[in-house]
Design a protein around this ligand. Structure first.
Ligand SMILES: *Cc1c(COP(=O)(O)O)cnc(C)c1O
Length: 411
């Protein structure tokens, strides 16, 4: 038998300017190299409590139940929906991008009845349209994506939670792409469950879901709780409600693990907990407002740089996300060739697109640790160079000048 031996892993130092993942803060990588602890070690459980407190600030909420889901962003989405929805429940979903479709895909597998509020990619729903759809369909859950990287567009959420509560509907928002880049005003918006992840504007690695759950939603979820042995502790009868359709993503069990009861569920992913704790520390030390501003400026600089090269942007300025820009691929330019040159010549990754936008736009992200001037300048200089090599007539230096103007406050 021959044995294959691989060398130690040594990836190239790419600059990840796509729609996520982004480069991880070195401080987070160092935190992840720290020693393991036992699952119920008092140091470990105190890190868990600190992480809950930190993410209450990041999610701008007083929700007690603010914790981690071991898995990627999608795991947190699935935990929210499977814990909130019983089979046959109606779920109203805004369908205006790739991740709205994911919400419907997950809801359908749970056996919920999905009702789609359809828009073209890049459009958003108005508050009035959301309210009318809620009145018409009387859903159990309203679900939408805040910033959808597939469309570079953010759904306004002001007032949405209030409407949902008025009609006794639970609300869920996927803020995976926007947490850390744009305000996620959980309590003021009145959203019951918001979830996110580390690998976009939190500047951490993929593999950690973040979630915050209102008391009202937690009460409902606990009313569906059964222990693995059958009855919920202390309950006389089995709950009238159906049991949550997943063990791993059962938020009642996960909340019990994150409570002072520390009921055993999974083994918390120790290194990810360190990463999540560090990511929140970094962002809160910088200050949320400063962090949002840093993202907004970086995206504005990319946008103005692209415009200065004569390129058109996808989407509307009013609903544009703070951390990803959609740029139309000009006629006669091979979008994939440009991406390959960015990677091969400059070690810079930029994104392609999905669905109706496939082959039509590039997506340039300015997320987390990458949302800062020198990375924006590197990206624009490289982008201008590869576009010129592909035959586009651009006056050299235009893009970078436009980006400088943004940072110098002239735009
Ligand atoms: C990236 C992204 C996801 C998926 O995240 P994973 O960590 O890959 O599961 C979900 N929703 C939105 C809005 C995203 O941008």
């Amino acid at each position: 038998m021959t044995r294959t031996i691989f060398p130690q892993i040594d990836p190239p130092q790419r600059l990840l300017m796509g729609p996520g993942p982004s480069n991880t803060y070195p401080r987070i990588l160092r935190a992840m190299a720290a020693d393991m602890l036992g699952q119920f070690d008092p140091e470990m459980t105190s890190y868990m409590n600190e992480t809950m407190a930190l993410y209450r600030d990041v999610f701008m909420t007083d929700n007690q139940w603010t914790l981690l889901i071991n898995g990627t962003a999608r795991a947190a989405i699935e935990a929210a929906l499977v814990s909130l929805c019983e089979p046959e429940n109606k779920v109203l979903i805004i369908n205006n991008g790739r991740f709205g479709l994911l919400l419907s895909e997950i809801s359908e597998r749970i056996g919920a009845k999905t009702i789609m509020l359809d828009y073209s990619w890049g459009e958003v729903a108005s508050l009035k349209e959301i309210e009318q759809a809620i009145i018409q369909h009387k859903p159990h859950v309203f679900a939408c994506v805040h910033g959808d990287t597939s469309t570079t567009t953010a759904q306004p959420l002001e007032g949405v939670g209030e409407i949902c509560r008025r009609y006794n509907v639970y609300s869920y928002v996927d803020a995976t792409a926007t947490l850390g880049a744009m305000p996620i005003d959980t309590d003021r918006w009145g959203i019951d469950i918001v979830s996110a992840s580390l690998q976009k504007s939190m500047g951490g690695p993929p593999g950690c879901g973040l979630i915050t759950i209102s008391d009202r939603a937690a009460e409902f979820i606990f009313s569906r709780a059964h222990t693995e042995l059958g009855l919920q502790e202390g309950s006389q009868e089995r709950s009238q409600r159906s049991r949550i359709g997943s063990n791993y993503f059962d938020l009642a069990m996960i909340m019990n693990y994150w409570s002072e009861k520390r009921l055993n569920h999974h083994t918390e992913a120790t290194s990810m907990l360190y990463a999540a704790r560090e990511a929140a520390c970094i962002i809160l030390e910088e200050g949320l407002e400063n962090c949002f501003k840093r993202h907004r400026l970086a995206t504005k600089a990319i946008s103005e740089g692209a415009r200065a090269m004569g390129l058109a942007l996808f989407g509307n300025d009013e609903t544009r996300m703070y951390n990803v820009t959609g740029i139309y691929i000009p006629n006669h330019i091979d979008g994939e060739q440009i991406r390959a040159e960015m990677r091969n010549l400059f070690e810079i990754e930029i994104g392609s697109a999905f669905g109706p936008l496939k082959g039509k736009i590039w997506r340039i992200g300015t997320m987390g640790h990458n949302a800062r001037p020198h990375k924006v300048f590197h990206t624009l200089m490289a982008f201008e160079t590869v576009l010129r090599r592909a035959g586009l007539e651009i006056i050299p230096g235009k893009a970078i000048d436009a980006a400088f103007a943004v940072y110098e406050g002239n735009q």
